[in-house]
Design a protein. Structure first.
Length: 400
């Protein structure tokens, strides 16, 4: 999926503007609008999707996004920007469909960690592939996204074939992690009423994480350039390797924690620690106490660890702890919807010139603000869920 979404970020599209805005920022905003819209659609679409429709839906969604990249290359700039809306719209539904194969299992953490490593590895890999297509094969920046997708189609088909081979959940899985099932509108409303403060706090944290992740991901080339580095294709991949391996190891080890209460509140500590590290490493960099490469790696680790924790563990153990028959799709897509909405608003403000900071200063300011947001919200969230568990779960008051 990343091969159809992210390679264009490796291009600069220098010299192109539209409506007074930088063309690349405009492309990112347009794609993000489509991606954000798909997350709101996914609150219903993914949570209600029947298992037998998953594979067919995946193939259709990817095909739509690839056709949009073809039309983007065919139509002259700047009129081709509309096709990035069509590209982002189907791709936002992919994660929830794929993860629906993995959730609710005793080994969801390790399976999810392997899948979620795509957030780290895949983005750098496909952008490196995009740069190589431009620099070595001399493919234009407008055709590069289409051909980058073509490169990864064989891997896509292998992945979808392997998804079909995943066995059904066992009775033991349901005993440990609670039965997972589609949720209609009434189910979703009931879930929100039951956990409203926790959902709102989780969304606040997730919005902050999505903003810093998207900024770092979409403008990595500009940030490295602003910091004075030139060997960008190698940096885009190599800096993500230690982050990906560290996050994969930590999240995979969470599978060893059988007690859902301990695992859930350990997740809260991970999110809190991520906020502290993001704040600390940014302040150290601003004081010239750590190098730019160290800052980029630490910023990526402090952001990706809690971000992937949400996708793989936090919501998984939330449902298991409170024994609520539901699915992760609802929690994930309501968070994603507002997360990408927040990210799009920030991109629009940056593109419209509301801030004149260079990329380094812009990232520093974002790191400080979002670090504070995560620290405060995670502390309040932990207190809320502790009281919720004490009042309802430990007193054997049924949720569903």
């Amino acid at each position: 999926m990343y091969a159809f979404r992210k390679p264009f970020a490796a291009a600069t599209f220098s010299g192109y503007t539209f409506l007074g805005m930088d063309y690349k920022i405009l492309l990112i905003i347009i794609q993000a609008i489509g991606y954000t819209a798909s997350k709101f659609i996914g609150i219903r679409f993914v949570t209600e999707l029947k298992p037998e429709k998953r594979i067919q839906t995946l193939l259709v969604l990817i095909l739509i996004s690839w056709i949009a990249l073809f039309l983007f290359a065919m139509v002259p700039a700047p009129y081709n920007i509309i096709f990035f809306l069509a590209n982002g719209l189907p791709l936002g539904l992919i994660w929830g469909i794929v993860f629906s194969f993995l959730e609710g299992r005793r080994y969801t953490e390790i399976l999810g960690a392997m899948m979620a490593s795509s957030f780290i590895f895949a983005s750098g890999i496909v952008k490196s592939a995009g740069r190589m297509l431009i620099e070595q094969l001399k493919i234009t920046e407008f055709w590069m996204p289409f051909f980058a997708g073509l490169l990864f189609i064989p891997l896509l088909l292998v992945g979808i074939f392997m998804l079909q081979k995943i066995p059904a959940r066992t009775d033991e899985d349901e005993q440990y992690r609670t039965k997972r099932m589609p949720m209609n509108k009434e189910d979703r409303n009931k879930f929100f009423r039951t956990f409203a403060p926790g959902i709102i706090l989780s969304i606040l944290i997730y919005v902050g994480l999505t903003i810093i992740r998207d900024l770092r991901d979409n403008f990595a080339v500009e940030l490295w350039t602003d910091l004075g580095f030139t060997n960008i294709p190698a940096l885009l991949s190599l800096t993500e390797v230690p982050i990906g391996l560290s996050v994969l190891l930590i999240i995979g080890l969470m599978m060893l924690i059988k007690n859902n209460s301990i695992a859930f509140f350990t997740n809260q500590m991970i999110i809190f620690s991520g906020g502290i590290l993001l704040l600390t490493c940014t302040l150290l960099f601003m004081q010239h106490l750590i190098s730019p490469i160290s800052w980029i790696i630490l910023m990526g680790f402090s952001m990706y660890l809690p971000y992937i924790s949400f996708h793989v563990m936090f919501y998984e153990r939330w449902i298991a702890l409170f024994k609520y028959k539901s699915n992760i799709g609802y929690l994930m897509y309501i968070s994603d919807a507002f997360g990408y909405l927040g990210s799009t608003v920030v991109l629009c403000c940056k593109g419209a010139g509301f801030t004149t900071n260079n990329w380094t200063n812009f990232f520093c300011n974002a790191g400080i603000a979002i670090g504070i947001l995560i620290v405060v919200s995670s502390l309040v969230s932990s207190c809320y869920f502790y009281q919720k568990q004490k009042k309802l779960y430990l007193n054997n008051v049924p949720f569903d």
